[in-house]
Ligand binder design. Structure first.
Ligand SMILES: O=P(O)(O)OC[C@H]1O[C@](O)(COP(=O)(O)O)[C@@H](O)[C@@H]1O
Ligand SMILES: [Mg+2]
Ligand SMILES: [Mg+2]
Length: 335
């Protein structure tokens, strides 16, 4: 059981050499995210006791009412990354445009950009249901020494150097990949350190859980309707169990451990679905594939999609390989 004693900090250093561009900068960046996660976790755990639940009174560029915890988490991640002078740019669900970090880095020497969904599952904040944070990291494409540009963020998911999430649930976990498998760390609140609790996480090839907001069923494309019917049929290991938390991070985390599929398809209400390609779908897709799962929009591999806008949405199907392939088959057949 030796691995249980390994802390996240130790694991990051120990595995630094497996990074493609190991210069210590990515390790410092991951450590900054670890710190920000602990700060936000501390506030999440007090939700209900402190003035952190409810709406903040503003709307973000997606037209969504920002929750106080959305704003708090956004501020804490941006402050931590900025103060530690570790990135050259940040894009966030809660910021209209990307942020250029050059206050302390006059020569623009930092190599990485970070894209974050500071608080995922916002509709669950006030009702004490698990929520999360999602992050995606790229190496900039514009020359070091010049200000960061939009194109540094408009990279395909396949170019990610690292991605992960924090789930603030029955325990707080940080799960991430640098392209060498997926590892999960649980926060020991008494000590304030993350410990390696879930090494080499992998999706079971198939499962019996499907996660979709069936309240939107009538608006779904025929292929998705047919797949949901297939999940509910009395045959083989079906009907599957329906589980939908309404927090992408939490639904994904459960399905990665138990086997399952998560779907947020396009619909007549949301022609491109709801989830954002850059800071929700790409990082989750990177983790899924590193854990032997799959992620697509029903037709195209998510990480092959060329982004065109910072906050663009895409239909999202993700999970155990055989289940995603089956859903894609229904989408093709219905076309
Ligand atoms: O309430 P709906 O329409 O089913 O949407 C739930 C989905 O929306 C999200 O809350 C979107 O994320 P944010 O909370 O970060 O905006 C996902 O976490 C979740 O899976
Ligand atoms: Mg989200
Ligand atoms: Mg969010």
């Amino acid at each position: 059981m030796a691995h249980k004693k390994q802390t996240l900090g130790e694991f990051i250093i120990e595995n630094q050499s497996s990074f493609q561009y190991s210069s210590g900068e990515l390790s410092s960046l991951l450590n900054s995210l670890r710190l920000a996660a602990k700060i936000v976790n501390h506030e999440v755990n007090k939700a209900g006791l402190v003035d952190i639940i409810g709406a903040a009174g503003d709307t973000n560029i997606q037209g969504e009412d920002q929750q106080k915890l959305d704003v708090y988490a956004n501020d804490k991640f941006i402050q931590t990354l900025t103060k530690r002078n570790i990135v050259c740019g940040i894009a966030s669900e809660e910021e209209d445009d990307f942020i250029t970090i050059n206050s302390q880095d006059e020569n623009h020497q930092n190599k990485y950009v970070v894209l974050i969904d500071p608080l995922d599952g916002s509709s669950n904040i006030d009702v004490n249901v698990s929520v999360g944070t999602i992050f995606s990291i790229y190496r900039r494409v514009t020359p070091v020494g010049t200000p960061v540009m939009l194109e540094d963020f408009m990279q395909k998911g396949s170019a990610q150097v690292a991605a992960g999430y924090i789930v603030y649930g029955t325990s707080t976990m940080l799960v991430y990949t640098t392209g060498d498998g997926v590892n999960g760390f649980t926060l020991n609140p008494a000590i304030g350190s993350f410990y390696l609790s879930h090494p080499n996480m992998e999706f079971p090839e198939s499962g019996t859980i499907y996660s979709v907001n069936e309240g939107n069923y009538i608006h779904f494309p025929q292929g998705i309707k047919n797949y949901i019917k297939y999940c509910q049929q009395e045959e083989d290991d079906r009907p599957y169990t329906s589980r939908y938390i309404g927090s992408l991070v939490s639904d994904f985390h459960r399905n990665m451990i138990k086997g399952g599929i998560y779907l947020y398809p396009q619909s007549s209400k949301n022609p491109n679905g709801k989830l954002r390609l850059l800071y929700e779908c790409n990082p989750i897709a990177f983790l899924a594939e590193q854990a032997n799962g799959l992620a697509s929009d029903g037709f195209t591999r998510i990480m092959d999609i060329q982004p065109t806008e910072l906050h663009e949405r895409v239909p999202f199907i993700c999970g155990s390989r055989l289940m995603v392939e089956k859903a894609e088959e229904f989408m093709r057949d219905a076309q």
